[in-house]
Unconditional design. Structure first.
Length: 147
């Protein structure tokens, strides 16, 4: 802690609390867990959308007679820019709640992307691919669009 802590402890620590109040320790713990949760949510979102974009781009380029993808390189860059910015803003505004303290702490060597997250990533990517493939391959028939 900032007041009672020694200089050696302050230099070796990752975070220094400016007062010796125990509630500051609880607040720091809550924010640390909230940031960790936000990073995991952001990673799950990013990996899902990137897997979907890569598979969509590859399949649409291979299945097209002229070998052109449904998304150009510039469109992929715009999608990536918008996706990164809005996701980061949305996840950075999550404030910690009191129930975040009810769960046990994570191990230091715990994986950043857990098995449950991989299941969610896979399921969400498959769903997104099904929707985009139906729109890409059968959109003209389903919506009776003029070509």
């Amino acid at each position: 802690m900032g007041i009672a802590g020694t200089e050696v402890a302050k230099e070796a620590s990752s975070i220094i609390l400016l007062d010796d109040n125990f509630s500051s320790t609880i607040t720091a713990l809550m924010w640390g867990r909230a940031v960790n949760d936000a990073v995991k949510k952001f990673l799950q979102f990013q990996v899902t959308v990137n897997i979907t974009a890569v598979i969509l781009t590859f399949v649409s380029a291979v299945s097209n007679s002229s070998n052109h993808s449904v998304l150009t390189a510039v469109q992929l860059l715009w999608v990536n820019l918008i996706m990164d910015t809005l996701a980061a803003l949305a996840l950075a505004t999550d404030a910690p709640t009191k129930n975040i303290l009810d769960r046990p702490p994570e191990r230091k060597n715990a994986p950043l992307i857990t098995i449950n997250m991989w299941k969610m990533i896979t399921g969400q990517a498959i769903y997104q691919l099904i929707v985009t493939f139906v729109l890409y391959f059968r959109g003209h028939e389903n919506f009776q669009l003029c070509a």
